[in-house]
Design a protein around this ligand. Structure first.
Ligand code: UT7
Length: 323
């Protein structure tokens, strides 16, 4: 008896986009009471990119998608599903996914936004994976895109130095074989709303609001939750930490990334680190880092890759995939 091969969502291409303007720590130190030394020592961040006029979450997302499609050797018209993770959409509604659909010239398809803040890309990937495996579509664009600079309090040194803007995207195609997404695991615990949130919204203040964070508490939860969910997703995929070729973590803080890798016994050489150049780009951070490591040749077809993220809610999640 022959066993049918599993239908899996396989990454065909990766792309990313950054705003034109790069801002280094010294430029911020001229605006708020901070120093390059403090930012580098506490976070690992050296630069971030800040969106300017005409650059929005959807324009960055569309640029990332064009590059991902080019790498995949596919046309936009072949895409059946667009899932865009963001906490900073162009408009309260309609979804930024539908704006990207139009910018790319995609006809009738499924398109919607997913909102899980910094864990957004993991949530979007998991939903797209399930929809491809269920047969709702055969191809998908999964995007993480943010313009957090527009919800920062530029007078709050404890938060404004930590974030940046950008977008990353992957093209998925359902295929039968050994490559593709092997397992995903997602979590949320809404009791921690007050530790990382925006103090406005359409149904409360009628304003967009500004980001507020109790950084030390978030840090403490992040290391525990990320180590737990990584262990969980590897278990679900039937893999051990030793088999992992690359970990692509959410890029919030180099110390969180180091501590999580150490807890799991993963060597730092196998961890992709881009927080130094991009800072924390929320839902964009994992696909941006993935793109860097794919384009520079570190991540190759067939590698076992683990993605993880944690953010506001709290939400956290991980995915294991054969690239
Ligand atoms: O993406 C979602 C997940 N988010 C995160 O993962 C962020 C998690 N948290 C962190 O990354 C870190 O907690 C921070 C980088 C936000 C802060 O680092 P910390 O080592 O936890 O510092 P702290 O908040 O305990 O602050 C230490 C000191 C304080 O001064 P006092 O009270 O000790 O006198 C702050 O006022 O550093 C001060 N401080 C600053 N000093 C210079 C806070 N921000 C700055 C700043 N420049 N930008």
């Amino acid at each position: 008896m022959t066993v049918a091969a599993a239908r899996r969502a396989v990454i065909q291409g990766v792309g990313s986009a950054l705003p034109k303007r790069r801002v280094d720590n010294a430029e911020l130190a001229a605006q708020v009471d901070t120093t390059d030394e403090w930012i580098v020592e506490r976070t690992g961040i050296r630069t971030r990119y800040i969106a300017g006029e005409g650059e929005t979450t959807a324009t960055l997302a569309a640029e990332a998608c064009r590059k991902a499609l080019e790498q995949a050797g596919m046309e936009a018209g072949e895409i059946g599903l667009v899932v865009l993770a963001t906490a900073t959409p162009d408009q309260t509604f309609p979804s930024s996914a539908t704006r990207v659909q139009t910018m790319l010239g995609i006809g009738d398809c499924i398109a919607f936004d997913v909102h899980a803040v910094c864990t957004g890309f993991l949530y979007a990937l998991s939903v797209a994976d399930a929809m491809l495996r269920a047969g709702n579509a055969d191809t998908a664009l999964v995007i993480g895109a943010e313009t957090f600079s527009r919800i920062l309090d530029w007078e709050d040194r404890a938060t404004c130095v930590l974030f940046g803007d950008g977008a990353g995207a992957v093209v998925l195609k359902a295929e039968e074989g050994t490559r593709g997404i092997l397992a995903t695991r997602l979590h949320a615990d809404g009791r921690h709303n007050d530790m990382l949130y925006v103090d406005g919204g359409p149904s409360t203040t009628g304003t967009v609001g500004k980001l507020r964070m109790k950084g030390r508490e978030v840090f403490r939860h992040a290391v525990v939750n990320l180590a737990d969910v990584l262990t969980e997703v590897l278990g679900a995929a039937g893999l051990s930490a030793e088999e992992v070729d690359w970990v692509v973590p959410h890029q919030a803080n180099a110390r969180i990334i180091d501590a999580t890798a150490r807890k799991l016994g993963l060597s730092p050489e196998r961890v992709v680190l881009t927080v130094d150049r991009h800072a924390n780009t929320s839902a964009a951070s994992v696909p941006l880092a993935l793109d860097v490591a794919v384009q520079d040749g570190r991540i190759k077809q067939g590698d076992l890759v683990v993605l993880e993220a944690m953010g506001g809610g709290f939400t956290w999640g991980a995915a294991a995939l054969r690239f």
